[in-house]
Ligand binder design. Structure first.
Ligand SMILES: [Zn+2]
Ligand SMILES: [Zn+2]
Length: 370
């Protein structure tokens, strides 16, 4: 039995996504079919659509999906029809890093998340002419009303969180929050500075408040985001263009330098500003993805003062453990996802993409009328 779905298809790098009818085949034993209720737009989708990530085209992107399980393969044991799920990235669950709880560094991460096919090279989606479409983007390709995923990356949600808004927990929000709560692990009363107040940076600010940091500095040139950052926990918000020496300004705000910096932009100049904001000792985590190679010059003398520069993918957290924790924090009002989100009907995809590119919305979520 084949099923049809509406999906946004990337035919050529740099071209607009097109809504098309696609067909979804019978499930393999380990697969799960999810009717998507909402899917966030992440900058990695935009980077991929522009050709900056090696997923083959034609392809269906989207990797912050959440929805309802409508069918399960014969070998699926942990999920059942009717379960609400949020979709994380895919990982093999078997390699050394996966088995020690660090699946974002899975040995097979690239193939499983960017390969565009199942592990055996087959594709899960077909277009209206019966031609193969690449899918399995982050194990989900959820810019589609139906997504074929596996038990490995579908995480059951508590029934009382709004499923349509939950998708961004799976990538952007887990990235920012996981970096603070799982990697940096600030002690109470620490100081932290967050560069870039998109969804990743805002999640880092919410997590810094959860971790009881007392000085939380948010930095972004987009002043429309400053009030929201304050509401979510920032104690100071700074426009970088107002300061010739931003590092010195942050060191002053943090009483000699921040204990921690989260850098959610990824350009060399911002990484260098983040490093120069640190006290001694201090740790800077860089998260922003820029296409291709991205060399950065670091002053070794500066690092000698007990400073660390580290990179983090997907918050270095296991979605099966971390996403339910974030859902609980959301329900308790401590991780208010809804304040970051503006919803757009899936048919208004172009409006949503424009709003993301212009910085008008922090997190756009495409919703499905299903
Ligand atoms: Zn693995
Ligand atoms: Zn993402």
């Amino acid at each position: 039995m084949s099923r049809t779905a509406t999906a946004a298809v990337l035919r050529t790098y740099g071209a607009p996504l097109q809504l098309e009818h696609v067909s979804v085949p019978d499930l393999r034993p380990d697969e799960v079919l999810v009717r998507i209720r909402g899917v966030g737009i992440c900058h990695t989708d935009l980077t991929a659509a522009a050709g900056g990530v090696p997923i083959p085209v034609p392809a269906v992107l989207g990797h912050e999906g959440a929805g309802i399980v409508t069918e399960v393969g014969t070998a699926v044991t942990r999920l059942a029809v009717g379960d609400a799920v949020v979709l994380g990235f895919d990982s093999c669950r078997q390699c050394r890093n996966c088995t020690r709880g660090r699946p974002s560094y899975c040995a097979r991460f690239a193939g499983l998340n960017y390969g565009g096919t199942r592990s055996d090279g087959t594709t899960v989606l077909q277009d209206a002419n019966g031609d193969a479409l690449h899918g399995n983007w982050f194990g989900q390709s959820s810019f589609s009303s139906l997504a074929v995923v596996t038990e490995r990356n579908a995480v059951r949600l508590p029934s009382d969180v709004p499923v349509a808004l939950a998708g961004p927990l799976g990538c952007g929000l887990a990235t920012g929050a996981g970096t603070v709560l799982r990697v940096l692990r600030p002690e109470p009363d620490s100081s932290i500075v967050v560069f870039g107040l998109g969804a990743v940076g805002m999640a880092a600010i919410m997590a810094a408040r959860i971790a009881e940091c007392t000085t939380i500095v948010g930095i972004d040139p987009n002043r429309r985001r400053h009030d929201l950052a304050r509401e979510l926990g920032a104690t100071e918000v700074v426009s970088p263009d107002e300061h010739d020496d931003l590092g010195r300004h942050v060191r002053r705000l943090t009483g000699g330098g921040a204990d921690f910096a989260v850098e959610a932009v990824g350009t060399e100049s911002v990484v260098r500003q983040a490093l120069s904001s640190l006290g001694s000792p201090g740790v800077c985590a860089t998260l922003g993805l820029q296409a291709g190679r991205n060399p950065i010059t670091v002053d070794q003398t500066h690092l000698l003062g007990g400073r660390t520069l580290t990179g983090v993918i997907e918050g270095d957290a296991d979605p099966h453990r971390f996403l339910p924790e974030l859902a609980d924090l959301w329900r308790d009002g401590r991780f208010p996802v809804e304040k970051l989100v503006r919803t757009f009907d899936f048919t208004k995809l172009d409006d949503a993409l424009d709003a993301v590119r212009s910085g008008e919305v922090v997190k756009a979520v495409l919703t499905f009328d299903n």
